[in-house]
Design a protein around this ligand. Sequence first.
Ligand code: PMP
Ligand code: GLN
Length: 391
Amino acid sequence: MKQLNSGLVGQGTTIFAVMSAMALEHEAINLGQGFPDEDGPRDIIKAASRALLTGTNQYPPMMGMPELRQAVADHNKRFYDLDVDWETEVMVTSGATEALADCFMGILNAGDEVVVFEPAYDSYLPIIERAGARAKIVELQPPAWDIPQEALIQAFSHKTKAVVINTPMNPTGKVFSRSELELIADLAKQHDAYAICDEVYEHLVFDDVRHIPIMTLPGMRERTARIGSAGKTFSLTGWKIGYITAAASVMQGISRAHQYVTYTTPPALQSAVAYGLRKPDSYFSSLAEDLQRKRDLICKGLSELGFAMAPCQGTYFVTGDYSGLGLNGNADQVCRQFTTEAKVATIPMGPFFSSNDGGSILRFCFCKKPEVLNEAVARLRDFLMQPSERR
Ligand code: PMP
Ligand code: GLN
């Protein structure tokens, strides 16, 4: 038989599926794959079930249902003072994962270059490469995951078609500052590049940090595609409802990809997300406050065990370095051992890099009930207190 697509077959199974399967098999607490252990608001779920029974169950419009596109446009105005035309500048997708693929396929040509920060979410590179483009990697520097400015400047050239910005950032928990975004925006404008912005964690931001869409910076409105996800905003990750905001001219290319990838997204879920996006500001702020308490809980617990925890300003995730714990083995081996012996699953950083093994840093997902986080820390403590020859 002829070989299947070499670029994809060579990728193996994503680390999220691998670690979740291992967590199930070993009855470990799953602090690996990012999903909350409590569903989002009951009223949104009820809105979906009502819509299933009383609304349409046939193909909705290709761009998405008007009520959701209007809600996305209003959400852009309410939170970021962006004026958006819902008819031409908003499109609904089957999750942010599809939205990203649509952007890469709709914007890139073979031979284009795309600036990507690493560690990077695992779906970016395979799809950029399927589009025939080449990623120019800029590695952020731990522990604070700072941008190496000179490397960033060098990564841009006349071949740069786009830059991918994931803020708040998975897996680092970093939120890009205004000055960092200004530098990226200046480079994008100077090199006539698009900004593809993965902002799925836009409402999961802590302390007094603010999420700034690069689309709001001068000169960026026309060259940015901004992606959101109901999965994260409403703690309903299985729903896979994403939305893209982009200037009509940019959306033209992106929607051409969408029409051949999924074409539409289930209408009942779209109606329910439209309802959710109109929730009062207090919903969005309490979502972040609740998660911030969970971040504090896990960071305190893991620091006391000896992990060097990096700062975390947003997302479901925080990174921690285990090199001070006296463990043998690389991050893959330590993750495996934590899962099978300590019964706590985490994610190694290697899969988020293309030419770096991620060192001794692990990603911990903290969108779990406080008692679950406490139990995970207790299990790790018990494991680490064993004499070293027993582990
Ligand atoms: N981007 C990032 C950074 C993510 O963490 C996720 C999480 N799944 C996605 C995109 C995909 O979102 P969705 O589930 O809406 O496809
Ligand atoms: N975004 C989730 C994470 O980073 C995983 C989603 C998926 O499994 N594709 O854990």
